[in-house]
Design a protein around this ligand. Sequence first.
Ligand code: AMP
Length: 116
Amino acid sequence: MSQNDNLFKKIMRGEIPSSKVYEDDDVFAFNDISPVAPTHILIIPKAPIDSLDELTDDDATTAGKLLVAASKLAKKLGFSKDGYRCVINTGAQAGQTVPHLHLHLIAGRDFIWPPG
Ligand code: AMP
C-alpha cells in the first residue's frame, strides 16, 4: 500500500469521514472508531511517516509535535489532572495495523500496567 493510499491519509484528505478533534500545520487528530476508553484519540503527523521505526533526526520536531498535541488536548478536554496514557504501537508484534505513525491518546478510566 503506498503512502498516498493508507487509511489515515484518506482521513486527512477527507475522503473517509472522521471526527476531528484538533488540527494544525503539522498534526491531525481524530476520535478512534473503536475506542478502548471513554476518550480515545489518534494523533498523526501530516508528514508521510510510516511508523516510529522510520524516524530520523529530521523528524524530531514533527515527532515532538505529536506529544505537544497530546498534552494540549489533555488540558483542553479536561482529563489532564486525572491522568491519561499515550501509546505508539510500532510494527506487527506491537499491534500496529495502519502504516502511518499514530499516537493513541486514551483517558477516562483506570489503566493497568504492564499493558496487554
Ligand atoms: P494501531 O492498531 O495502533 O495501528 O491503531 C490503528 C487504530 O485505527 C485502531 O485503534 C483502529 O480502531 C483505528 N481506526 C481504524 N479505522 C479507523 C477509522 N476509519 N476512523 C478512526 N479510527 C480508525
